[in-house]
Ligand binder design. Structure first.
Ligand SMILES: *[C@@H]1O[C@H](CO)[C@@H](O)[C@H](O)[C@H]1NC(C)=O
Ligand SMILES: *[C@@H]1O[C@H](CO)[C@@H](O)[C@H](O)[C@H]1NC(C)=O
Ligand SMILES: *[C@@H]1O[C@H](CO)[C@@H](O)[C@H](O)[C@H]1NC(C)=O
Ligand SMILES: *[C@@H]1O[C@H](CO)[C@@H](O)[C@H](O)[C@H]1NC(C)=O
Ligand SMILES: *[C@@H]1O[C@H](CO)[C@@H](O)[C@H](O)[C@H]1NC(C)=O
Ligand SMILES: *[C@@H]1O[C@H](CO)[C@@H](O)[C@H](O)[C@H]1NC(C)=O
Ligand SMILES: *[C@@H]1O[C@H](CO)[C@@H](O)[C@H](O)[C@H]1NC(C)=O
Ligand SMILES: CC(=O)N[C@H]1CO[C@H](CO)[C@@H](O)[C@@H]1O
Length: 579
């Protein structure tokens, strides 16, 4: 019960912040007659360029964009099914499929491709969210009949957990949800096959934790033989420490504590390895010695989902020690990693930005922003720190505006990319969607619309959407990662689909770091499942009580001041060298 109360607290905190934000918007909009729509319509030019551009998003255009996202998804999905399935990924330029690579050292491919129809498994819940129930059911049948994990592949524990176990569990819970809020998603004769598949894959990953005195998992596993001989003994923080949601849920649903146990032990081990000077973590650690070998502390690649899962594990399972850890680390980040003025939306000074620092002293280690770190804006929204999220997001969007894509690394000191590719990643869209949910500001619809146009213009290939090899020259690479259909399209769709069930009940769900939809269920939080859940029903019945989203009560046509004043947006555009 205690954890329930805490959970309600965080939700009310979240909602009260949202409401405060809206309240001030509404107050400001009382001045509409002076400087709002009247001005726009009567041709006065008192609004700044930014305000004119972002203040309003017509309903007809929203509907058009929604249709555009649906077409984008359909084109990618149909081509995957036609040219690639049952292989893992679609090569959108040569119209063929791709599975694990013969060369075991090709980790870029083999970490994610396990010859298990990855794209299909990863995309199941997107089909449900887009409302294609018949295709969802058919795809579930294909997965049940044709996907095997008894395979000669070495995969990364983290990637196969978030993409495959997450995808299977999410689809399983959509199918077994008694209220079927998305319409009928139950394939004929379904009897928990997806859950059992997730259990099988989870069990194949477990040797990663064996004989590890530190509790940190080996980063890779051969699906048939366990820990690969001569395997690498170093793991990134995110890889070892972001299994909590999928493993925790697997334990609860299967009533087998082992998954939850190993995932938590790995997190505890990482938390115990924090620097005793800054309280921060590095990005790479040796699993045998427990010693850091990468000392960079940052928001991006190698670390991102570790922070995310501390907060989300608390929300999902109600263990407040995760929230405490998150809060401690977040405040250390603000102390050591954050640069710039005190507040995002007021005051003077540089735009607030989180830089990559040395874990032991907070000194700036390099001057790049990597493309993954914008996902932290979503974490900040979830933590109720919306003002801060606005700046985190705005910086990455400014970079997008400059290249019509997000380079993997952008060097803010020289205002140029350090690493040039863009593999259709979802993080900017995800943050855009979550900020739109929190603020209902049309600015974010414009952002989503721009991203959609860029992808359509620069990434579309003969049979799907392709990775950009170079964001400047816009040359393509023959790869469409599974997260494009799974996440990028899902978040874009949800951004424009204001009537989607999730947008009316989004305090009933949480998105995993792979964008999979997990229901929040008080049974997962309030009681330790291993001695209270006597049967399936008692474990699944009650959802979190929810109130209608307060955001939806705000009239569409209201004039909102920008989430960040024009002069700050201009400052950011200058900072990235756009203007
Ligand atoms: C498994 O894959 C490895 C690496 O591609 C290959 O060398 C080996 O022959 C394969 N084994 C079997 C039984 O197919
Ligand atoms: C559902 O998916 C199938 C296969 O991609 C497609 O042919 C069909 O048009 C889709 N239906 C809807 C309503 O989107
Ligand atoms: C999927 O499995 C079914 C039944 O086992 C089989 O008939 C079908 O050919 C398989 N499809 C593919 C694409 O592998
Ligand atoms: C763990 O140690 C036992 C006993 O030494 C050994 O049999 C087993 O293969 C080891 N497992 C791994 C994954 O290294
Ligand atoms: C802090 O950590 C360093 C290196 O990990 C260690 O040598 C030192 O003894 C620790 N200091 C304290 C006060 O625990
Ligand atoms: C919460 O998590 C911590 C860290 O893993 C653990 O020590 C503690 O027992 C957990 N508390 C509950 C109530 O499960
Ligand atoms: C929902 O709203 C009612 C009335 O405003 C309030 O009493 C209740 O605590 C709210 N529930 C949640 C979960 O926020
Ligand atoms: C070696 C092995 O078992 N390969 C399997 C990998 O997965 C595919 C698709 O599930 C199977 O067709 C292979 O037999």
């Amino acid at each position: 019960m205690i954890s329930d109360n805490i959970l309600n607290m965080i939700f009310s905190l979240f909602w009260s912040l949202v409401t405060i934000g809206l309240y001030s918007s509404v107050i400001n909009s009382h001045m509409d007659h002076e400087w709002g729509w009247g001005w726009l319509r009567s041709g006065h030019s008192k609004l700044s360029e930014y305000e004119e551009k972002y203040a309003y998003f017509p309903e007809s255009e929203r509907l058009q964009r929604l249709e555009d996202v649906r077409r984008m998804f359909q084109f990618g999905y149909d081509n995957y099914m036609a040219y690639a399935y049952p292989m893992d990924e679609l090569d959108p330029i040569h119209c063929t499929g791709r599975g694990s690579d013969e060369d075991p050292s090709n980790l870029n491919i083999n970490d994610v491709l396990g010859d298990y129809s990855l794209t299909l498994v990863d995309t199941l819940d997107t089909l449900a969210i887009l409302g294609n129930n018949s295709e969802f059911k058919q795809a579930v049948q294909l997965v049940i009949e044709n996907v095997s994990f008894d395979n000669n592949s070495t995969v990364q524990v983290f990637e196969s957990t978030i993409r495959v176990i997450g995808g299977l569990l999410s689809a399983h819970l959509l199918i077994t949800d008694a209220s079927q809020p998305f319409g009928d998603l139950r394939p004929e004769g379904y009897s928990n096959e997806l859950l059992l598949m997730a259990y099988e894959l989870g069990s194949r990953l477990l040797p990663a934790f064996e004989n590890s005195t530190t509790g940190l998992p080996h980063p890779r596993i051969h699906l048939q033989h366990g820990v690969p001989e001569d395997g690498i003994k170093e793991t990134c923080t995110a890889g070892a420490g972001s299994l909590l949601l999928e493993f925790g849920l697997l334990s609860q649903l299967m009533k087998d504590p082992v998954f939850d146990g190993v995932a938590r032990r790995a997190v505890d081990s990482l938390l115990a390895s924090r620097s005793n000077k800054t309280g921060l973590l590095g990005n790479v650690i040796n699993i045998l010695s427990g010693k850091w070998v990468g000392f960079q502390s940052g928001l991006g690649a190698g670390s991102d989902s570790f922070y995310e899962y501390l907060l989300k594990a608390f929300i999902m399972f109600g263990n407040s020690s995760y929230l405490e850890s998150f809060n401690e680390i977040y405040s250390n980040m603000k102390k050591y990693m954050r640069r710039g003025r005190l507040k995002c939306g007021s005051g003077v000074g540089d735009t607030p930005m989180y830089v990559n620092t040395h874990m032991d002293n907070g000194k700036t280690m390099n001057t790049w922003i990597d493309s993954l770190q914008v996902a932290f804006a979503g974490v900040q929204v979830l933590a109720g720190d919306i003002e801060e999220a606005v700046c985190t997001h705005a910086i990455s969007y400014a970079i997008w505006k400059k290249y019509n894509a997000l380079p993997e690394r952008f060097n803010w000191a020289v205002k140029q990319p350090d690493v040039l590719f863009y593999p259709l990643r979802p993080e900017l869209v995800e943050a855009t969607y979550l900020l739109y949910q929190a603020t209902q500001h049309p600015y974010y619809l414009h952002v989503g619309s721009h991203i959609l146009d860029s992808i359509e213009t620069y990434c579309k290939a003969k049979c799907g959407y392709a990775t950009l090899h170079n964001v400047i020259t816009k040359t393509k690479e023959d790869r469409m990662e599974s997260f494009f259909l799974s996440e990028t399209c899902k978040y874009l769709y949800l951004l424009f689909d204001k009537d989607n069930y999730i947008n009316k009940a989004f305090d009933k769900f949480i998105f995993t770091t792979e964008g999979h939809l997990f229901p929040l269920n008080s049974e997962y939080r309030s009681k330790p499942w291993w001695f209270t859940c006597e049967d399936d029903n008692s474990c699944r019945s009650s959802n979190v009580p929810s109130n209608e989203s307060k955001c939806l009560n705000v009239a569409q046509e209201k004039h909102f001041p920008l989430p960040l004043s024009s002069h700050y947006l201009e400052q950011i555009d200058k900072m990235v060298g756009l203007i």
